[in-house]
Design a protein. Structure first.
Length: 296
């Protein structure tokens, strides 16, 4: 007897055959660098196949839906990176552990609404370095203001009285109840981006326990450097002269205030803060808050 299949039955068989042969997504990725040192921008190379969308979890709270994302690991540690490759209602997941090592240099981040500056604190000024790190790790600087801004000169912050300070309040006298002995180092100068300790007018030039400034500075000439050398009785190295002539700075502060760090990335942020409108007393009319993190 001849068998007859209905069109509906044939369509169902065909549909089943197609679905069983549907290509599933494959999830796979690689990392091109061998050693990752914080703070590290890591480019992930996605080698997944047959996927329509992706979900990344970088293991430190960061996520992305890009195919080939870039992610910055700001602290050392072991992180499990999870990639989900999706197609239709199918999801395939792959995981990979990566290790981020601590930086050899002493690094901090200074976050502001204008961007984040990356800075190095010098090992050659250990008293200032260690004090700054201690305060930063305690959260001392978080939400304090850059309370004194002078365009073409510097931006200053670190006064604990600036936290939640009402408009018009005079600032600049607060800090912990101690000072730090001066640490003048021949190789450190007030070139643009230098981080230095503020201080009161005291004969030993001891530094404030918390207040600091970042040099914006102005153009510098050979003649002005020669004048400073004659007045202070020291000599700039060829490298310092080249940096001053290229970036500018405030050489008249050399050997007067302790330089204990410098901005590695984000010199343009100094300029942005330096350009804000200020009230009498050099306090910005709109508060410029900071948040400082130690990279370790």
């Amino acid at each position: 007897m001849k068998q007859v299949f209905s069109p509906i039955l044939l369509l169902g068989v065909l549909s089943l055959a197609l679905s069983s042969c549907a290509v599933k997504p494959q999830a796979s990725f690689t990392i091109p660098i061998q050693k990752i040192v914080a703070p590290a921008p890591v480019a992930f190379i996605n080698s997944s196949k047959n996927a329509e969308s992706y979900e990344w979890d970088f293991g430190d709270g960061g996520t992305s839906a890009e195919a080939n994302p870039m992610h910055v690991y700001k602290h050392s540690g072991n992180y499990t990176v999870v990639l989900k490759a999706k197609k239709g209602n199918k999801t395939i997941t792959t995981k990979q552990m990566i290790q981020v090592t601590a930086p050899e240099r002493c690094l901090i981040e200074i976050e502001t609404e204008f961007g984040t500056m990356l800075a190095e604190l010098y090992n050659s000024t250990p008293k200032h370095r260690d004090n700054f790190l201690k305060l930063a790790e305690e959260g001392y600087y978080n939400d304090l203001l850059f309370h004194r801004v002078i365009s073409g000169f510097m931006i200053q912050g670190g006064d604990p009285q600036s936290r939640n300070a009402p408009a018009g309040q005079a600032l600049g006298m607060g800090g912990p109840n101690y000072q730090i002995p001066a640490e003048f180092v021949d190789s450190l100068a007030h070139i643009k981006g230098a981080i230095a300790a503020a201080r009161t007018n005291n004969p030993e030039k001891k530094s404030s326990g918390s207040q600091f400034y970042i040099v914006q500075g102005a153009p510098v000439t050979e003649a002005s450097l020669n004048q400073i050398e004659a007045m202070r009785r020291f000599h700039y190295t060829p490298e310092q002269r080249a940096a001053y002539l290229n970036l500018g700075g405030t050489p008249h502060l050399d050997r007067e205030y302790t330089v204990f760090g410098h901005i590695i990335e984000g010199l343009d942020i100094i300029d942005k803060i330096g350009a804000v409108e200020t009230a009498p007393g050099d306090r910005p009319k709109k508060d410029v808050k900071m948040k400082i993190r130690v990279i370790k």
